[in-house]
Design a protein around this ligand. Structure first.
Ligand code: MN
Length: 208
């Protein structure tokens, strides 16, 4: 399977004014496309070329000799997941309360929806350097939590199920927010996160 840079689920200007079309064009069109083409070159003719991205990530994470494959595979997966967690429709813009089992799980883990969002923003702000802030489900305990990863890190390598992520590499926000990472993270969580998508991910993980 070739590792192509699959299409975004919306147009480049769909996330405005929180994330500009210019940022999306560079972030998706240059950075993400680079991870996809690097991975294609690195895995060509190897056993990894027939695997899905999650398998490649799990197979290479603890192998220093495969660090380049790991980094590009994880970055490609993380980006696809990031864009897909952002609003697909106007409904997400207006917020709307979380629903059902997912709302209860959020309340059980964080006390309230507001606190979960605050913790997610706090995690994004406190990552030193490049990385990702995640809302995850532990499939063993069925508990939600927030984790931070450095660089290309992905929670599947910690046996966690990712539900939502914030890219805090500077390329994700610098054109729009410069050094104001907190402003970007807050706007993303409060105005762009598609909680309907997150609820679906939670439901899928819980039904396994
Ligand atoms: Mn990125």
């Amino acid at each position: 399977m070739p590792f192509i840079n699959q299409d975004l689920p919306y147009e480049a200007n769909h996330l405005e004014p929180i994330i500009s079309a210019r940022t999306v064009e560079f972030h998706y069109g240059k950075h993400q496309a680079g991870y996809a083409s690097n991975l294609e070159v690195l895995t060509n003719g190897t056993a990894f070329s027939d695997m899905d991205l999650i398998s490649v990530i799990k197979e290479t994470v603890f192998d220093n000799d495969e660090a380049a494959i790991y980094n590009n595979a994880a970055q490609l997966w993380n980006h696809i997941f990031y864009w897909d967690g952002l609003k697909h429709a106007e409904k997400a813009k207006t917020g709307g309360a979380l629903k059902g089992d997912f709302a209860e799980a959020v309340k059980a883990a964080f006390g309230s929806e507001e606190n979960m969002k605050a913790k997610l923003i706090e995690a994004a702000v406190s990552i030193f350097g490049s990385g990702w802030a995640w809302l995850v489900l532990d499939p063993k305990t069925k508990l939600l939590s927030i984790v931070k990863t450095q660089n290309a890190g992905n929670p599947v390598t910690m046996d966690m199920v990712p539900l939502f992520t914030i890219d805090v590499w500077e390329h994700a926000y610098y054109l729009d927010y410069q050094n104001r990472r907190a402003e970007y993270a807050k706007a993303l969580v409060e105005e762009l996160a598609d909680w309907g998508v997150v609820q679906e991910r939670y439901g899928a993980a819980m039904s396994k």
